[in-house]
Design a protein around this ligand. Structure first.
Ligand SMILES: Nc1ncnc2c1ncn2[C@@H]1O[C@H](COP(=O)(O)OP(=O)(O)OP(=O)(O)O)[C@@H](O)[C@H]1O
Ligand SMILES: [Mg+2]
Length: 587
């Protein structure tokens, strides 16, 4: 709680003057508002006792206009200032959250669901905005109104009458606490049902192809109907409670008005209070209702806001477990890679994904990795990129230096990476390819050049808008092989000393593959390449070939050496030759 308040204070401090002006405006509005019943009372008395002349009426009218203007001005002021601050703070926190999440490591994203993270950006931020705006307004407004109205009732009308009329209203506060809890519970249930409904719809829409292919539309529809019905029930739960609360509120106010009429009327007949005071008092009673209701609301929105703020704080407090070390002397990579007895288990997993792997790659050389699915190939290159940390620092070295001692931005800048699940943004092809460059660095010629090297230029020229063609949900859908080659072009743009291709040619035919490999050789002379593949044809010219088998280096050497060895590599080669033969015979 203390930490949450500190965090709220940290952001609120930036908008101190806005809060000050806003709260002052709020106070002004309340003060003027509570004057109005007294004015009405004065008019009533003036008219009944016939002490009011026409110029007095004019004067009163002028005062009313003035008060109206002040109220309008004040309302404008507090809305702009207080809601404005809340929006500013929302933006600041959202920015900080996003910036922070960009720094968090792969591990964090493995452990958290995208939907949950999105919920922090939407629901939690909204609750915090309410806390910093509406809750502050309500708290101030309600307490000030309560004090001012009670003061006016007691000082300008009658203490006894105030006590009599206010007692039934106290029931509102008690009811608030009781109903507030029930309402909160139903509200949460309603929100949960709604998010389950959205999840259900989202899953079905993204999986529509699979659903249709397996003819499961009716099952999906039934599941959707269930979620839909549940959401309706939970909504009705809120509606029913509300339907109960409002008539009860009316009842309480009615009782209070009745008591005011009876006791106040008697006081007026006795001459203890004037008719004007009686009229004013009735207005005051109505003015008290809102602060009474607000008191309960404040408590619940305060607790909700603080709970959301806590979840946000936990994200902001999350330390990135992959961060720069003290040593920042390395400013660039040359391309040397060394693994020394590399052993690695994923966080939270006992199984060894990699075990005792040693390889050494000089700048300019090519290392190829081959092995069955799940053998640990992607894991190995992700460690070179330092997506995860190894147990000891000396297992992965770049240019003879532990990766941990190389600034992350250098690693990310100097290793061009084509991930296995290559991801393209919903943007133009041009922007997707030049993604790794800073603004102002991009040039169309360089993009075309990279696309040509990745053998995707001709495909792109066939699209309706060529390089300006939009990809993704609202644009064209590219084939698996085109996607791979666009990703390769994106990596080639960086002209990095190390290029990592994780199974990046699997969806490309062998002729195109050969062309791309030749282009790479020319374009990247002197640079290091790490290549994961399943086809011998892709990797046979590599300087080193590592055959992974269940996380261990089963074989290691050049194509010729491994062929002579007659082990796994040889058997993969023979099998692929046979397949090729069969294809050729058939074709
Ligand atoms: N984030 C992760 N957390 C825990 N275990 C993982 C994680 N990623 C991969 N693994 C496990 O590590 C092992 C090696 O996986 P890896 O992705 O490196 O295989 P791969 O050789 O790249 O396979 P493929 O050829 O299918 O891409 C597998 O047993 C896999 O289940
Ligand atoms: Mg893989």
């Amino acid at each position: 709680m203390k930490k949450e308040l500190k965090l709220a204070g940290h952001y609120a401090r930036r908008y101190l003057w806005r809060y000050a002006v806003g709260i002052l405006s709020l106070l002004m509005v309340d003060a003027v508002n509570t004057l109005i019943p007294r004015l009405t009372g004065e008019v009533t008395d003036g008219l009944t006792q016939q002490t009011l002349q026409m110029d007095g009426v004019w004067q009163l009218a002028l005062r009313i206009v003035l008060m109206g203007a002040l109220i309008a001005l004040g309302r404008f002021g507090w809305r702009v200032c207080l809601f404005g601050s809340a929006r500013h703070i929302e933006r600041d926190i959202r920015y900080d959250m996003f910036a922070h999440m960009e720094r968090l490591s792969q591990r964090y994203y493995n452990e958290h669901k995208t939907g949950d993270l999105m919920a922090h950006f939407t629901n939690d931020l909204q609750a915090v905005r309410q806390l910093m705006g509406m809750t502050i307004i309500t708290t101030f407004d309600a307490s000030v109104m309560l004090v001012l109205v009670l003061y006016n009732m007691i000082a300008h009308v009658s203490l006894q009458l105030t006590v009599v009329a206010v007692i039934p209203l106290l029931v509102i506060i008690v009811g608030d606490i009781f109903f507030g809890k029930a309402m909160h519970k139903r509200f949460l249930a309603k929100q949960e049902a709604f998010s389950a409904l959205t999840d259900q719809a989202q899953e079905s829409v993204s999986g529509i192809r699979v659903i249709k292919a397996f003819v499961q539309e009716h099952r999906e529809l039934a599941a959707f109907a269930r979620a839909n019905r549940n959401s309706k029930e939970k909504n009705l739960g809120v509606v029913r409670l509300m339907a109960l609360v409002f008539p009860m509120l009316d009842l309480i106010i009615g009782v209070s008005s009745l008591l005011t009429l009876l006791y106040g009327g008697w006081l007026a007949i006795q001459g203890d209070i004037t008719l004007g005071q009686f009229v004013a008092f009735n207005s005051y009673i109505n003015m008290l209702v809102w602060p009474m209701i607000a008191a309960g609301e404040c408590v619940s929105s305060l607790s909700q806001g603080l709970a959301s703020l806590k979840r946000i704080r936990l994200i902001l407090d999350e330390k990135p477990d992959i961060a720069d070390g003290k040593d920042t002397s390395v400013t660039g990579l040359r391309g040397g890679i060394e693994l020394r007895h590399l052993t690695f288990s994923y966080p939270g997993s006992a199984a060894k994904a990699l075990e005792d792997i040693s390889v050494k790659v000089q700048p300019g050389e090519t290392l190829a990795i081959i092995g069955r699915t799940g053998a640990g190939k992607t894991t190995l290159v992700s460690l070179i990129e330092r997506l995860y940390d190894t147990k000891t620092a000396d297992m992965v070295l770049l240019d003879g230096k532990p990766v941990r001692d190389i600034p992350l931005h250098v690693i990310h800048r100097d290793i061009a990476y084509v991930p296995q699940d290559n991801f393209l943004f919903s943007d133009t092809i041009e922007n997707n390819i030049s993604f790794g460059l800073d603004e102002g660095q991009e040039s169309h010629e360089a993009v075309v050049d990279a696309a040509k090297a990745a053998c995707v230029h001709e495909n792109i020229m066939d699209f309706p808008d060529q390089y300006e063609t939009l990809l993704g949900e609202r644009g064209v859908t590219v084939s698996g092989g085109q996607k791979q080659r666009i990703s390769i072009a994106r990596a080639l743009m960086k002209r990095a000393p190390i290029l990592v291709l994780d199974d990046s040619l699997s969806a490309v035919d062998t002729d195109t593959e050969e062309q791309i490999l030749t282009n790479l050789k020319q374009r990247r002379a002197g640079a290091t390449t790490l290549m994961i593949a399943h086809r011998i044809s892709t990797i046979q010219h590599a300087d080193h070939i590592l055959v992974l088998e269940e996380g261990r280096a089963a074989e290691y050497g050049t194509h010729a050496e491994l062929m002579a060895l007659g082990g796994i590599y040889r058997s993969i080669y023979d099998k692929q030759q046979l397949e090729k033969q069969l294809r050729e015979d058939r074709g």
